[in-house]
Design a protein. Sequence first.
Length: 255
Amino acid sequence: MKLKNKVAVVTGASSGMGKAIALEFAKEGAKVFAVARRIEKLKELEKNSKEYEGEIIPISADLTDMNASSQIIKDAKISAGKVDILVNNAGLMDNFAAVGDFDDKSLNKIFQLNTFSPFYTSREAVRIFEEQGSGNIINIASVGALNGGRGGSIYTASKHALIGLTKNTAFIYAKKNIRCNAICPGGVTTDITSGEFMQNIDQKAREIILPATSITNPRSGSPDEIAKIAVFLASDDSSFINGDAIVADGGWTAY
């Protein structure tokens, strides 16, 4: 059990990569506070984890509310007595619009969830980690965080910011036994394409980004493949890895 007796908070845990990460953590013995808006999905996740060594505790929260982002960390600490691991997974895709074509609603909501929420959850987590003398943050970014043509202007900028937060946090708190890394998935089979902004793909993206993606991307990954990396980063197996952005894309960005 790589995470036995560990307490983790995983955001965006009702589906996709967040769901897979929560389950893998529970398999490895962790107590997992699984956070998302859809409580019914989280309760189903809780049932699916009953056979595991660890456990899943459903927490319903809207992470575009910064007060809620902070509170979930505080509540986990009150409930479990500590927090060892934070996984900032909750995210929202844009409609691939370029900077000349984005809309204000998309800009505000995507940055709230993709960038601002990790700031607030991480602030509360780091305060706890400093008191405990250790802690671990894993940010789920994207290959779009390291490249310019894997998403629209908003999504790309929001994930680039998340990498900056990851590296700064890793360096500043390294001597306090607090690590922070990011995973940068390529195309992963999740329900992110059903998000509200993906329902109206920008026309320029249809002509430029999407054709290039279909030609250069070798394959889609599975949420379980990303979850295995998260377990590695959450465990002592990765004790010397800090401030890294691990790309998991099947070779897509090797082109």
